[in-house]
Design a binder for this molecule. Structure first.
Ligand SMILES: [Zn+2]
Length: 376
């Protein structure tokens, strides 16, 4: 910021000007007036260097600096063209930062290094490089670790310890705000299935309301043989295939993954890849450890990702929009969507059946009360 302000001064050869800095972070305006930031209490505070620099500039710059708050994401409720110039700038900056992170995820989003953009973090370095740039998270994580481990073991089995694509699952949950709660429920097996209802004594049966033959456990849904569920599964598999083709999935990998999904949904044995393909066999083995029910929920072995990465590296025509992080995120989104659509359909059919049952009950009652209505 100092360089930026000095650059303006040098360029325009001016001083004593009013400079307005727009920000959508109320926290930064508040922190610009905070005192005592040099005490030990704030040593681990993220962005402390930026806050101190800002305070320094506000105090000593040859210009008068104004900090103005702009409400974030105003384009959500107003058309972009009708926004004020400040709000437009905010939308554009958000978009640019989003694009930057999307295009450089390996470099920035999951890096423990202290990035200079878009966030600043206090970073602890040792002789061999950065040790951590996330003190707070590490302390909190360590405190919660035993409980977390127990929970993960119970809900995800081996997937919690074997190389699964957790960071992409987390990324989809983080960025897909619209479906976050539904996706989280699905991931944690918290759909209100009849098996659960039966245990809570809110249903007289644990059987699936659609096929009526199998217990409706949380993993029954994609395997249910109700004709509507089967129809949607087939449509969804086509959609996943299209999505895979769009991100240029390695052809053998695509065929194999699709046949795994199909076999799982049809209650058939999951096909093994040809033994001559070593990376694929390794990935398949790891996926078995992670389990196929987890696979259906988007928890995939990281080794699938490696195969795709090699494929991208070997592609003649390079395209910076195609990278393996984008690929993995896309695959997780596809699997989440498969579950969401199936669950929505299941609930709608169940609801329609209930309404149907209600209609016939009303008809029966009416008939008992007013038998003459029908006898005429
Ligand atoms: Zn069923």
């Amino acid at each position: 910021m100092r360089i930026f302000i000095q650059w303006i001064s040098l360029r325009e050869n001016i001083s004593g000007q009013d400079i307005t800095i727009y920000t959508d972070s109320e926290a930064s305006i508040l922190s610009s007036t905070m005192t005592g930031l040099t005490s030990t209490k704030f040593v681990l505070y993220n962005d402390i260097d930026v806050i101190l620099e800002l305070q320094e500039q506000l105090r000593s710059s040859v210009h008068t600096i104004h900090l103005v708050h702009v409400e974030a994401h105003q384009d959500k409720h107003t058309k972009y063209k009708n926004l004020s110039p400040e709000a437009k700038l905010n939308v554009l900056m958000d978009k640019n930062v989003g694009l930057f992170i999307e295009r450089n995820p390996r470099k920035y989003a999951h890096s423990l290094d202290a990035p200079h953009f878009p966030t600043q973090k206090l970073c602890l370095s040792g002789r061999h490089g950065t040790i951590t740039a996330a003190f707070r998270d590490i302390f909190i994580d360590q405190f919660n670790q035993p409980v977390q481990n127990e929970y993960m073991k119970k809900h995800f089995g081996e997937a919690s310890s074997t190389g699964a694509n957790w960071k992409h699952v987390a990324r989809v949950l983080k960025t897909g705000k619209k479906f976050r709660s539904r996706n989280t429920k699905m991931l944690h097996n918290q759909y209100n299935t009849f098996d659960t209802c039966y245990r809570w004594k809110t249903s007289s049966t644990a059987n699936c309301p659609l096929c009526k033959t199998k217990v409706e456990s949380w993993d029954h849904l994609p395997r249910c043989n109700h004709h509507e569920i089967r129809r949607i599964c087939n449509l969804e598999i086509i959609r996943i295939r299209k999505a895979m083709t769009k991100v240029k999935t390695e052809p053998q990998l695509q065929t194999h993954l699709l046949s795994c999904i199909r076999a799982y949904t049809e209650n058939k044995t999951i096909p093994r890849p040809s033994t001559s393909n070593v990376p694929m066999t390794e990935a398949h083995k790891q996926q078995i450890a992670i389990r196929w029910d987890n696979f259906m929920k988007g928890i995939w072995s990281e080794k699938w990702e490696k195969i795709q990465h090699t494929h991208y590296c070997n592609m003649e025509e390079k395209n910076d929009k195609l990278n393996v992080d984008v690929w993995s995120k896309r695959m997780v989104e596809c699997m989440f969507m498969l579950y969401r659509i199936l669950w929505k359909e299941r609930c709608e059919i169940n609801q329609a059946q209930k309404i149907g049952a209600l209609d016939s009950r009303i008809r029966e009652k009416t008939h008992m009360q007013y038998p003459n209505l029908c006898s005429g």
